[in-house]
Design a protein around this ligand. Structure first.
Ligand SMILES: [Zn+2]
Length: 259
């Protein structure tokens, strides 16, 4: 039964890799400019080698600035909005921006302003891109298990509805590479997770976190065919930073903007 749930939406991998000096993945089904970067193509060294996008993990800030300049240029986006993420559920509305901005204490970013790149930094956590083509509204979410527990997904969808009048049945969701069931062991799950997550438990107390996200998106009214889930595991694949694999590590990024 559990097994069936985790595999019931198996589809071809929705991401394809763009090779080059600054390699990145993109979702074939998402037409707006976006990228899931890897750890390659930057200037950081040691545990942050090379495309670390976070100022908060002990890396040289000048290198992080250069890495951020490269992703902006690589994707031709005008402004970059990011957050000092806290594994919470607060949603930042980015509007009227005329320069780069890093806000504090948010884990979701939403906008309807063209050219404003929303950046999520991650090392095992999921980044979700939410896009509503009719209202031309965009949201990006940082969702690790804590964010899922704290409700960051429904909070962001409500914010998109209230701020931009998006309708969930037109919303499309794209879930980045993240910790997959192979590596997502939670021995303490009964204390950490709500009862609702128990059905996503696999043998050995492993959990299917992307399937939990998908379930939460469906609950908010998204259509199953509008949800695209990457099954690339950040801990298994060394092209990504992984907190579980390395502890001291950089953060890769998922970036998208409205054209
Ligand atoms: Zn894995």
């Amino acid at each position: 039964m559990r097994r069936k749930h985790s595999t019931s939406f198996k589809k071809p991998e929705p991401l394809t890799l763009r090779k080059g000096a600054l390699p990145f993945y993109r979702f074939s089904a998402l037409e707006i400019p976006h990228a899931v970067f890897t750890r390659r193509g930057g200037v950081s060294e040691g545990p942050y080698a090379t495309l670390n996008l976070s100022f908060e993990v002990g890396d040289d800030p000048e290198r992080v600035k250069e890495n951020r300049r490269r992703i902006k240029e690589g994707l031709a986006c005008r402004y970059l909005v990011s957050a000092k993420q806290v594994h919470g559920a607060e949603v930042f509305l980015a509007r009227g921006l005329e320069e780069d901005l890093e806000v504090e204490g948010y884990d979701a970013l939403i906008t309807d302003q063209p050219g404003v790149g929303l950046l999520i930094k991650q090392a095992d956590c999921q980044a979700l891109i939410l896009y509503e083509p009719e209202r031309k509204a965009l949201g990006l979410i940082h969702a690790g298990w804590r964010g899922l527990v704290r409700g960051v997904i429904p909070r962001t969808i409500r914010a998109l509805r209230e701020s931009f009048g998006v309708s969930p049945e037109r919303l499309r969701a794209f879930i980045s590479p993240s910790l997959q069931p192979c590596c997502a062991e939670f021995r303490d799950w009964e204390r950490l997770f709500p009862e609702e997550f128990a059905r996503f438990r696999l043998p050995g107390n492993h959990f299917d976190l992307p399937a939990i996200s998908r379930h939460l998106l469906l609950k908010e009214g998204l259509e199953p065919e509008n949800i695209f889930v990457s099954r690339l595991c950040t801990r298994c694949r060394e092209e990504f930073f992984s907190y579980r694999r390395e502890k001291r590590s950089g953060r890769f990024g998922t970036l998208a903007y409205l054209p």
